[in-house]
Design a protein around this ligand. Structure first.
Ligand code: AMP
Length: 292
């Protein structure tokens, strides 16, 4: 497995691979890899002939400097895990090179306005900017994103459409620990007690799924039930919202035949966790992949 730090070398390697008619799969990450990341890499391995991942803690997308400086890093272990998942190349750009004299930002209207976009000002501009740069450097055919960050994935899909990036976006299911907690690099920051209480996110999704199964369709009833479970766990709720899948805008009610997202963000002490489920006419998608 190749490890590349320079933009020029990454471009040359990708260019050579394209000339060899290889289809490039790409998984952008911020490192501290876990099974959620690795599931994306395995899918890339399956669908493409060359799998590239990036490991880069992108300062631009952190609205909280303390969150950035304490973001977990484990580069050597990550490289080993990536290699075992069949990755051909790790691109770990140097921040000074990537953002030298940087002035340009990519921004989006509407789709990034609610949920995480509302509570983390500037976050998505940072994400769109770095993903655009990485797409331009790596030139992937397909890029893999997790449902765990559903708003990010939907926005990047839209960005590719709007800015004509010739990249197919593949959305992959949320990988959870055996007890249901969605895997996240930030989970390592949770104390044993917080880790236990954080199960409330998953429990509240289960509750909402049951309520929908019982025919409850009002946003307020679903959101209140979820908030109650989170509050009992002593979470500091950032948001709990029902939004439509296409525009990610809050709705009052579930209408049969339409897709929605039920999304949660909550803090346990200083750790912010997110989780969600996609509500489709065929059922709720949020626990297809448990890491058993
Ligand atoms: P991050 O390193 O947190 O920026 O995540 C990199 C990619 O991994 C993003 O597309 C995330 O949505 C995805 N990801 C993170 N956690 C999970 C998870 N538990 N299951 C599936 N994908 C995930």
């Amino acid at each position: 497995m190749k490890i590349i730090h320079s933009v020029k070398q990454m471009r040359e390697f990708a260019q050579k691979s394209r000339l060899e008619k290889k289809r490039i799969g790409f998984v952008p990450t911020m490192g501290a890899l876990h099974e959620g990341h690795l599931s994306l890499m395995r899918e890339s391995r399956k669908l493409c002939n060359l799998s590239v991942i990036s490991i880069f803690v992108n300062r631009l997308q952190f609205n909280d400097p303390a969150d950035f400086s304490s973001y977990p890093q484990s580069f050597e272990r990550d490289c080993e895990a990536a290699q075992n998942a069949g990755v051909d190349c790790v691109f770990a750009p140097d921040e000074k090179e990537l953002y030298r004299n940087h002035l340009t930002y990519v921004t989006m209207k509407r789709l990034g306005d609610h949920l995480c976009g509302a509570s983390r000002p500037g976050h998505f501009d940072g994400v769109f900017t770095v993903v655009s740069k990485l797409f331009n450097i790596v030139g992937p055919d397909t890029a893999f994103f997790g449902q765990k960050d559903i708003q990010q994935a939907r926005c990047i899909e839209k960005m590719c459409e709007d800015l004509n990036f010739p990249v197919t976006i593949k959305l992959m299911p949320i990988v959870r620990d055996t007890d249901g907690l969605a895997m996240s690099s930030r989970n390592v920051r949770l104390s044993a007690d917080e880790r236990l209480r954080a199960l409330a996110l998953y429990m509240s999704l289960r509750k909402v799924e049951t309520m929908i199964g019982d025919g409850i369709t009002q946003r307020d009833a679903l959101v209140n039930a979820s908030r109650e479970i989170l509050t009992q766990s002593n979470a500091r709720i950032d948001y709990v919202e029902l939004v439509d899948y296409d525009m990610l805008e809050p709705v009052h009610e579930i209408i049969p035949g339409v897709r929605y997202v039920f999304a949660i963000a909550a803090f346990y002490a200083h750790t912010r966790l997110i989780d969600n489920m996609i509500i489709t006419p065929d059922g709720c998608r949020y626990r297809e992949t448990m890491n058993l």
